[in-house]
Design a protein. Sequence first.
Length: 201
Amino acid sequence: MIDETPAARAERLLLDVLGEGQFHRLRRTSYLDLPSRKYKGRVYRLDAMGNLSYRDAGEASFNTTLCIQPVEAVPRDDMVAARYLLVTADEDRLLSIANPITFGFFSLARALYQDFRQKHSVLSSSLMTAAILLFFLGALAAEIWAVVSLLPAQPVLGIVALLALLLPALVGLVLVAAGLVEVGRTASTRRARRRLEAEPV
């Protein structure tokens, strides 16, 4: 008997887990779309590299990526099989262990907080997260104030203020834009979920 490589064993396991139809679809299209059993209208996308993301009802694209890292290095097809099984057989566990990553104000605040939380207390982490977010939003407010009131009255001081606060103000602008996008996406998802729940079964 020929010794199989770990990659070959992983590919055989993936074929067994997915079945021939889905295995060949994954190889052909490089992804599988899997409906959620827990949330009506949610669809998970699992790609051939093992990346997992989802879109909720009312969302046009897969905005949220679920980050799950193995403890040790494993063949790619083993990761795909494990994530497929989590979506289809144990979605509750998937959502309890995966870190959701989205582009949005609250996800950024959550990521900052979690990074601080690895080394600091809950109170310290909360205060540091709030201070950073307020600094960037305050810089945006100061930049607007410099343009509106300071620049016409004192041009030199206004230009100095503009240049000094330009970078943090841009970050503040990105935070505001991300917050607006997130509010719009959340409202759209809620409306779509209500429509789905109102549909007869």
